[in-house]
Design a protein around this ligand. Structure first.
Ligand code: CP
Ligand code: NVA
Length: 306
């Protein structure tokens, strides 16, 4: 594994290796056992959008692995003034061992990997958020004991989270049902590829506009903000369109009685999710956030390690 651009590019074996290592790194971290697997290595972290979890977990993760992380706000580097991805990739490849990038266009991330010679990790684009979904899988594994055959339900906006869930769940043989309003479905190309993967892994995929239909028998209920970064101007319109897509207590109670609730955060209470649900006993949002650290350490070790 050289890069993490999209879960679609990974094999089942790659994903299992990442999750296995993440579980070990988490246990060792708890026990105070350090692994300086990336001693002497440097990770550049390019951010064209805000971040709390991604920035802190990558920086701390790199430190815990014995390496160094550099925060590069895209407005402060020449990329923000129009220097090309081609030149940026080539130059940074001479200094760094890896780049984590959070930006708008998935193509920019793919191009960094194409033109550079170092590991590239996708820290969120408009299309995908693979690191988040790997952390989600570690969390589901911890709470449910297995992944294959589990029923995952996503209610809300068809966005980077739901797109990556479609890729990841179908790859691992998990069942996924997605409820989105008309016109806000998951990306069409991602959906087509995920449905194709599902044919060989046996995943059941349900795509509907009805949250009640999607949530039936769910072991895991996931939602995300209705207004992703870059969509701020659509906020008022979106609030109206998504009003029937809140994960209320009533809706959550239609899932399996032991279902867990997950959200990548940041969350907007009383919009995409009711406080009673996200702050309730079956919400695992902080385990989910913590697992960003462990799973990304595994990703960095496997992509950047010797
Ligand atoms: N979930 C997530 O990626 O959070 P940040 O935007 O804070 O990095
Ligand atoms: N869909 C959200 C995820 C934030 C981590 C966004 O892109 O803003």
């Amino acid at each position: 594994m050289k890069h993490l651009l999209s879960l679609y590019d990974l094999t089942v074996n790659d994903i299992e290796q990442i999750l296995d290592l993440a579980v070990h790194l988490k246990a060792d971290n708890r026990a105070g056992r350090a692994h300086h697997i990336l001693k002497g290595k440097s990770l550049g972290m390019i951010f064209a959008k805000s971040s709390t979890r991604t920035r802190v977990s990558f920086e701390v993760g790199m430190y815990q692995l014995g390496g160094q992380a550099l925060y590069l706000n895209s407005n402060d580097i020449q990329l923000g003034r129009g220097e090309s991805i081609y030149d940026t990739a080539n130059v940074l490849s001479r200094f760094l061992d890896g780049i984590m990038i959070r930006t708008y266009s998935q193509q920019d991330v793919e191009d960094l990997a194409k033109y550079g010679s170092i590991s590239i990790i996708n820290g969120l684009t408009d299309l995908l958020h693979p690191c988040q979904i790997l952390a989600d899988f570690q969390t589901i594994y911890e709470h449910k004991g297995r992944l294959k055959g589990k029923n995952v339900c996503y209610v809300g906006d068809g966005n980077n989270i739901s797109n990556s869930l479609l890729y990841g769940c179908t790859k691992l043989g998990m069942n996924i049902s997605v409820a989105t309003p008309e016109g806000y479905e998951c990306d069409a190309f991602v959906t087509e590829r995920a449905l194709d993967t599902a044919k060989s892994t046996g995943s059941k995929v349900i795509l509907t506009q009805d949250p009640k239909e999607a949530i039936k028998n769910a072991d895991v209920v996931i939602t995300d903000t209705w207004v992703s970064m870059g969509q701020e101007e659509e906020k008022q319109e979106r609030i109206k369109i998504f009003k029937d897509y809140t994960v209320t207590e009533e809706l959550f109670n239609m899932a399996d009685s032991e279902a867990i609730f997950m959200h990548c955060l940041p969350a907007y209470r009383e919009y995409e999710v009711a406080s009673e649900v996200i702050d309730g006993p079956r919400s695992v949002i902080f385990d989910e956030a913590e697992n960003r650290l462990h799973v990304q350490k595994a990703v960095m070790a496997l992509t950047m390690g010797d």
